[in-house]
Design a protein around this ligand. Sequence first.
Ligand code: F6R
Length: 260
Amino acid sequence: MEVIIQPDAAAAGLLAARMVAAVIKDKPHAVIGFPTGSTPIPFYARLVRMHREDGLDFSRITTFNLDEFVALAHDHPASYHAYMEKHLFGHVNVARDRIHIPDGTAADIPSYCRQYEDDIRTAGGIDIQILGIGPDGHIGFNEPTSSLGSRTRIKTLTLQTRRDNAAEFGGEDKVPFHVLTMGIGTILDSRMILLLAFGAKKAEIVARAVEGPITALVPASALQLHPRTVLLLDEPAAARLTKADYYRYVYEHKPDWQNY
Ligand code: F6R
């Protein structure tokens, strides 16, 4: 895992956007996996700016979102369909027929989830998957004890994750119990993974994911198995890493050709 520590979320968001822009420039028909949540908001703002000011072209990319709530209307303000429209898709020239967001309203959920996996494969696999991390170590909505080989499926949110999402829904009791999420196995199949984590409340779980044992109790620890995972952190999120100085030293001495 490559750990990059930036002074703040804005700087990390800019670097993440530069990395994704480089993937799109190198491969205009790239397949990109997107997350939602509060963490990627500065990253999406940068991508939108790169589209407006530098002409970053999204017209040939294909997108797959990580997750969505079950039985929530796509136009519900807390849905991830609405989130993506608000933060990215409504502002860039992405082709509507190449946007994929899990459909939590699907009538036959198991067969819909198999189709989602097939669609990723048919698109050629995910070139870069962007992730956030939950305070319990979830990636996508793969809560602790999720199989490290899991594929897209229905999951039940923990009480804590429902609490963490209460504000968007106007109360904990309104947060759905169920979600559709790419599995950890699905995520690990991506060619490159970029995980963003900001703020002191992520410090403990980031340290467990990066420097602790690989365990289903910390789903993000499975990323240690992936050959090309980059973690982009702000200073507070990096505060509990025992090898933070080493990660800084590695980043400062990267060969020029490896720089983002
Ligand atoms: C959302 C997702 C989740 C979030 C995680 C962190 O699509 O996959 O894993 O990344 O819950 O959420 P924030 O960024 O709000 O702290």
